[in-house]
Write a protein that binds this ligand. Sequence first.
Ligand code: SF4
Length: 381
Amino acid sequence: MQPFIPDRAFFEPRALDYPIGRDIYRRLQDLGVEIRYTTSHNRVTGIPGDDDLQRYRNAKRTLVVGVRRSLEFDTSRPSAEYAIPIATGCIGHCHYCYLQTTLGARPYVRVYVNIPEILERAHGYIDERRPRITRFEAACTSDPLSLEHLTGNLRRLIEFMGQEEYGRLRFVTKYDLVDSLLDARHNGHTRIRFSVNSDYVVRNFEANTASLEERLAAARRVAEAGYPLGFIIAPIYLYEGWREEYEEMVRRVSRAMPPDRRQGVTFELIQHRFTRPAKRVIEKRYPKTKLDLDESRRKYKWGRYGIGKLFARTWRAIGSCPGPWRIFGPSPFGASLSPRSKSGSGGKPLAKFRGCRLVFLDQIDPKTAETRAVKKWYHEP
Ligand code: SF4
């Protein structure tokens, strides 16, 4: 995929006190990007557009370079102990993305330049928990790989974590610009996970992201560079023909991975869900979306903050589905993408990933022993 070049950038003047801020400034200048200033990365005004929709689209093409003020990290369960903040906002246009609602009226793309302070804080968190391992998720509020060619911040995190005996980094991406990370001194402490999905989902709901083939080619390069690797299949979305297309997608993942790099690959699965506030935002921002937001076909569950989520009945569909699809089950964890035939005896496998680990994230229930088992492997490096 072509690297992202913003239409305009805003700098907090203080960002230029940092070498990383000055580097980004020079890079944007060389690219001919229009540069303006803002007093705060939290209050950017002047993004053009005649209406809300146009302003939203322009905001996604606006880079804001600032200094992260709060150095208290949010938690990021179950994926990691902490979310490490290096960027907020994303250039992608995934219709189902939770950033639609969590970022509210500030969908522009923010990157932070005080990385040494952020890493110092991360070191403090690692120290507090030592000798236990502390994991940091770098993609909670953004897809930082899509910005790496402008900031270089992921590489800084990877090399920092490579030197931390008790620190681990993980991030997930729908992009493919991994080349600048391949020779980073990661020391096996960073797990890079690629978000993959069926053709239909990528085509209809994931605009301005890398194609599945590009993501898989990047996954292969990352695996060959010795990084721990994972795939996130999310959201699993039901539509006419979903089983065949998801099966084909699993085959493509399998074909893309060199056999000697399949050990220890993780798979995380999340079904599609939405909240009612998210539905309102999606319908406004993507008025022609094909995303099925029909509440009558969903199961309602109470979520955090008193906001209910509407789930597809995916797991039941998967669990009852005969044939190769059962590579994903029936156990919510401890299963592997191992051969399983339509008849249950022999047959050509869809994918072979020995020693891989698999979790249905939606089935994590904090009260159960199963959850503890899931966490145990999930939290390995
Ligand atoms: S790439 Fe990820 S973070 Fe970006 S819009 Fe899509 S789902 Fe959201």
